[in-house]
Design a protein around this ligand. Sequence first.
Ligand SMILES: [Zn+2]
Length: 151
Amino acid sequence: MNLILEERLSQRDCKQGFILDGYPRSLAQAESLDGLLKEKVLTPHVILLDVPRERVLRLLSGRRVCPLCRRSYNIYYQPPKTEGVCDVDNTRLVQRSDDQEDVIRRRLDTYQEETQPAINYYEDQGRLTRANGSQRPEKVAAEIESKLPSQ
Ligand SMILES: [Zn+2]
């Protein structure tokens, strides 16, 4: 991962800064990213989108996809017009095996275990901003903008 990252970050368009989405996810990755950026005289600032565990669980476990047209639905937040079938082609919707609730719970536990130390690492150094990730995207953006330290 780090070699790919190092190569990508050395490209011209990253000179003024860049956004990494979903990385780092562990303390080891956070420390190694710091090492990488030190050479570039950059200090990362982390934005953490807080979403309650139960909501994440519903977002993922509620997902259903149409095997024919690949359209995706959520039985809690974005249900099809008729339960269990695709709006477009009436094909029966399916749940991917890694969207099963127990699989997701395990994934969330692992995430929590591995990522919490990285969150603490950045938070202890005042390099982490939390935003409520359950709002509409415009609101999330506004909250981040108002909370980010000025450069
Ligand atoms: Zn379909």
